[in-house]
Structures are given as C-alpha cells and as structure tokens.
Design a protein around this ligand. Structure first.
Ligand code: NIG
Ligand code: FE
Length: 411
C-alpha cells in the first residue's frame, strides 16, 4: 500500500544517497523542501518534491500535512532497552547524596540489574522490553541499537540477545544488537578479571556467533570496569567473529581508551563526557563516530559531552538516548535533541543531523535510514502543526508528534 503525504509545510533532511555521515561545519545545514510531497511505497521512500510536481497515485492513502513538518524517524544508536525491573531506589539514593560510583560499590548499579535479569524468564524479559520498544516507536524512533550486558553470565547474555532478536522479528523498526558481556565484572570475578574475559571470549562469543545474535561488540572502558588493555582484548575477539566495536568510554574518566578504539576501527565511541585534546586528535580522520548521550548527563548530573569543541575540530557527532534503568530511564529522542540544544549548545540543525543520519551511521544503517532519500526506509515522523522545526527542541516537554510511520506502516 502506498502513502502519499501532501502539502508538507517543510520536509526535512532531504539528502542524496551518497551522504552517510556529516562532520564539523557540515552539520550546521539541514536541507529541506518547503510545500512538499513525499511518496512511500511498501517499505521504502519512492519519491518527493515540491507540490507543483505532486503526482497522482492510484490507490495511495492520502495524508494532508498542511502546517506540519515531516522528517526521518530518529536513529537511536545506543540503548540498553532490554532489562528487568527498575532502579528507582538508586534514583532517590542519588538525590540523597550518593554518587553513581558509590551506589555501584554497594552492589547496586549494573550488578543490581544483572541480578534481576538472571531471575527473570525470557518471556518476562520480552514482555517488559516490548512495552518500551512500542513506547519509543510512538516517540518517533524508527531504528534502534539494543545492547546486552545485564546478564554477565553465558545464559543471561544469551537470554538478552534472544529477546533482542525476537523484538527485531516482531516489530518493523530496524534493530541492531550489541553484545556487552564486558559491562561490569560479576562479583565472583572481582579479583579474577582474566577469568571473566576468558569466559566472554571462549564461551559467550562462540555461543552468540553460533546463533548469529549480535552485530557489534561493546565494553565499558572505565576506571573500575574494563581497562584499555582489557577492552582491546574484547575488541580483538569481537573482530575475530566479525563484530566491530561500539565502546562505552570516557564517561567518568579519560584513560586513553579512544585512541585504542580508533586503532580497532570501532564504528562508534559513546559517552565522551570527559574528553581530552588527545582524544579529539585521535578521532580526527577516523571512521569512528563519537556519540553523546545528553539525557544521561542530565539524569545523573555529570558533564555534557563538549559538542562545540568537537564540531569546531571538524569531528562528526551523533546523539542517542542510552535508555537504561540506571543512568537514563528514558528513550525519548526528542528530549535528547532538546537537551543537546539547551545544554550542549548544538543548533537544532546540528542536533537533528546528529539524531538522524549520524545516528544511523553509528549503527551501520546510514545506507537505509537517517534521511529522506529515495530507496531508504519509509520511516518518517509527521509533526503537529508547528511554526518551524525549531519548536521540536524549544517545546522540550511537549510531544509534537502527530503520526509516526515505520517501514511504511503507521505506528
Ligand atoms: O551507558 N556506563 C555504562 N553503562 C550504562 C549504565 C548502566 C547502568 O547503570 O545500568 C550507561 O550509562
Ligand atoms: Fe550505555
């Protein structure tokens, strides 16, 4: 079934096929068509233009978008959307003065979520997770990366990745799966890091590869978690199974992890709240996309990734939610865009580019997602009537979405 959207006040992010990511000053421009039409046929975009060229399409469902803006769906390249239970007690503990680190040291944090995850059945985990996926689809996310990393056991990690696979099979949103066995050291391996990394490499990875459950590999490269050398071992092992790296790094401390990630051709490095000049140098002229997670900074009150400094250095930048029960219990990409504008001083054009085409790049989907381009996925957001797209970040607490279409189907 075809959908013809007519009278679009402004059609955003109209790009040629060859654009796969934007860097530095390129991010300041958001190409658009005013008074436009857009044709979706089956699962793909088949045409667009200004209203003076609008075709007649037999049998197409007509949508009148007078006064409304249309843009590609959000590309959320970093989430931990599959998890069991919540951590609202830790939220209150932080209000009362404890830090993320102090909570983790008491057995809270990632290990708290791991305990709950290992107690949940696969079906329970699927049920909790699909509700979150449906919620973010309604909020305009059309492509999403989801990580494991709350299992920290062979069975737990496989359970998470099987749930991610079921989500991909049952929903038309594009899903990429990342294996994050190296999220934290389980208590039993606190003094035996090599033992746990051996378990990841010799048992988890082969089992995951056998069922073809992951697209990428991740590690939490951070003081108290995985050292740079340990992260390198994980990246190396991932590559042996055809899994490029997407790495959590520079969230709390800069430990020279970024240069190592670039050396291993990581597709992305994520967080970067603490960034040195050497880190910025390492990222220049690399294939690695830096990814900022502004609503994580907001929720746990840590610094924001220095976007202006990075863009001035000519780097690309993507933004994502980090949806997880500990540091960012929100999968709202519009709020991420707004927070990037308000707190990181990104312009709306830069933030929307970061949340669409660059987000798509950060999960290997920029050939199919992230822009209004003929042949890409028929996944678009139709806003409510707005004066301009500036209203999306400006009205940060209002849901300005009228309709979401993912792979040609209304959500
Ligand atoms: O991206 N920093 C590491 N991992 C997650 C948080 C995990 C958790 O607290 O459950 C993050 O912020
Ligand atoms: Fe994360």
């Amino acid at each position: 079934m075809a959908i013809l959207i007519k009278n679009i006040k402004e059609l955003l992010q109209v790009r040629e096929t060859n654009i796969t990511k934007l860097s530095g000053s390129e991010m300041a421009t958001l190409p658009s068509l005013k008074n436009a039409w857009l044709l979706l046929e089956g699962k793909i975009i088949t045409g667009y233009g200004t209203m003076d060229t609008c075709p007649q399409v037999a049998d197409a469902e007509l949508i009148d978008a007078t006064g409304k803006t249309v843009l590609p769906t959000w590309c959320d390249s970093h989430t931990h959307l599959v998890y069991a239970g919540n951590r609202e007690q830790e939220f209150v503990d932080r209000i009362n003065g404890l830090s993320y680190e102090e909570i983790a040291n008491r057995g809270g944090g990632i290990l708290n979520s791991a305990k709950r995850l290992n107690e949940a059945t696969e079906d329970e985990l699927y049920e909790q997770s699909r509700l979150r996926l449906e919620e973010v689809m309604r909020l305009g996310t059309g492509a999403i990366e989801i990580k494991s990393g709350y299992g920290l056991t062979v069975d737990g990690e496989l359970k998470m990745l099987r749930v991610i696979k079921r989500l991909r099979e049952n929903y038309n949103v594009a899903v990429k799966a990342t294996f994050l066995g190296a999220h934290a050291f389980p208590t039993a391996y606190k003094e035996n890091h090599t033992g746990y990394i051996d378990l990841i490499i010799n048992e988890m990875l082969p089992a995951i590869a056998k069922e073809n459950l992951a697209d990428y590999i991740d590690a939490f490269c951070e003081t108290g978690y995985f050292s740079v050398e340990e992260t390198e071992r994980i990246m190396e092992a991932g590559l042996n199974y055809g899994l490029p790296a997407k790495i959590h790094v520079n969230q709390f401390n800069a430990i020279d992890g970024i240069a190592a990630c670039v050396k291993y051709n990581a597709i992305s490095v994520d967080h970067l709240e603490v960034l040195t000049d050497a880190d910025i140098e390492a990222l220049k002229n690399s294939i690695t996309m830096p990814v900022a997670l502004p609503t994580c900074s907001f929720f746990i009150s840590i610094p924001y990734t220095p976007a202006r400094q990075m863009l001035n250095a000519g780097l690309p930048l993507a933004i994502a939610t980090d949806y997880n029960p500990g540091t960012t219990p929100s999968g709202n990409m519009n709020l991420v865009v707004a927070t990037a504008c308000i707190k990181m001083k990104m312009t709306p054009e830069e933030a929307i580019n970061a949340a669409t085409i660059n987000g798509a790049y950060a999960m290997g989907l920029s050939h199919t997602h992230g822009s209004i381009t003929t042949g890409k996925a028929a996944s678009v957001i139709i806003t409510k009537p707005v004066n301009s797209y500036y209203e999306l970040p400006y009205s940060f607490g209002t849901n300005l979405i009228d309709t979401v279409i993912i792979a040609g189907k209304k959500v």
